[in-house]
Write a protein that binds this ligand. Structure first.
Ligand SMILES: Nc1ncnc2c1ncn2[C@@H]1O[C@H](COP(=O)(O)OP(=O)(O)OP(=O)(O)O)[C@@H](O)[C@H]1O
Ligand SMILES: [Mg+2]
Length: 255
């Protein structure tokens, strides 16, 4: 079998060249990092669960008309996606105060925000992903004014949809991070689509009844039961790998 060419290895995923031009394969690792790589670890089975969870959420979003990079899941740890030119901005949406927002502004974690707050961070590990404004994004040419408008309207739709979806399974969507990319069509059109992943690695998910954390904060804050939390999210979404947790531990990839 032809060896696939690796395009990029990130902290949570590896990107390989896809079978057709314009496609890439995302391989989901169990590696976990926090605080911009200062804390490192492994969450057994995370890659399998995030592959499924992101597949599920991207598919549901696609059904309600949000364009995404997702094509199909290939196996336990891999999915086929459209190759895009990533807009170098992390778009963070917050419904409830937590994490760096609480720290920066002194608002206690768990305080509901009167309206969803959108923040932007410039994707640059060397600079620790600094927060930036729309002015920076346009001034430095990271995206156009039109692209920002599109990103904001897509982000609000994603937030509304995901808040409802998680509410239905007893989970509060506290905040999350999105990445967008430019899809270059053959006819010259450029389309902005949702890219990367949506998973407990980049969402804060709290149980509605108990406020228990069901996301990467359990790893960041050494709270334990990290795998169990990711599994519980998948279970509530109705997508726990068929044979249960043992299946999620498999590291095999089936080509
Ligand atoms: N459809 C896509 N086409 C091209 N690149 C993508 C696509 N979806 C996601 N990416 C990029 O692939 C990488 C995924 O790897 P990973 O999430 O492990 O990166 P990371 O360590 O978080 O690093 P980064 O700081 O670059 O995001 C990210 O850089 C992400 O922006
Ligand atoms: Mg990433």
């Amino acid at each position: 079998m032809k060896r696939r060419r690796q395009i990029y290895e990130g902290k949570a995923k590896v990107l390989f060249e896809g079978p057709e031009p314009g496609t890439v394969i995302q391989y989901f690792k169990d590696d976990a990092t926090a605080f911009n790589n200062k804390k490192k670890g492994v969450i057994t089975g995370k890659g399998v669960l995030n592959n499924r969870i992101s597949e599920y959420l991207m598919t549901r979003l696609g059904e309600v008309g949000v364009p995404t990079h997702f094509i199909r899941r290939l196996n336990m740890r891999e999915q086929l996606v459209r190759e895009v030119e990533i807009v170098p901005i992390e778009v963070v949406v917050r419904n409830v105060a937590a994490g760096s927002l609480s720290k920066r502004f002194g608002i206690p974690e768990g305080t509901p925000l009167p309206r969803a707050v959108i923040e932007y961070y410039y994707k640059n590990d060397e600079l620790d992903d600094p927060m930036c404004s729309e002015e920076h994004i346009t001034a430095f040419g990271w995206a156009t004014v039109g692209e920002i408008d599109e990103i904001v309207s897509l982000t609000i739709r994603v937030n509304d949809f995901l808040c409802g979806l998680f509410l239905g399974i007893g989970i509060r969507l506290v905040d999350f991070k999105l990445e967008f990319g430019r899809l270059y069509h053959d006819n010259g059109d450029i389309q902005l689509v949702l890219a990367d992943e949506i998973s407990p690695d980049n969402c804060r998910l709290w149980d509605i009844a108990t406020n228990e954390k069901m996301d990467k904060d359990r790893f960041r804050r050494d709270m334990g039961k990290v795998e169990e939390a990711y599994q519980e999210v998948a279970r509530r979404l109705g997508i726990l790998p068929e044979s249960g947790p043992a299946d999620a531990r498999s590291t095999d990839t089936i080509q």
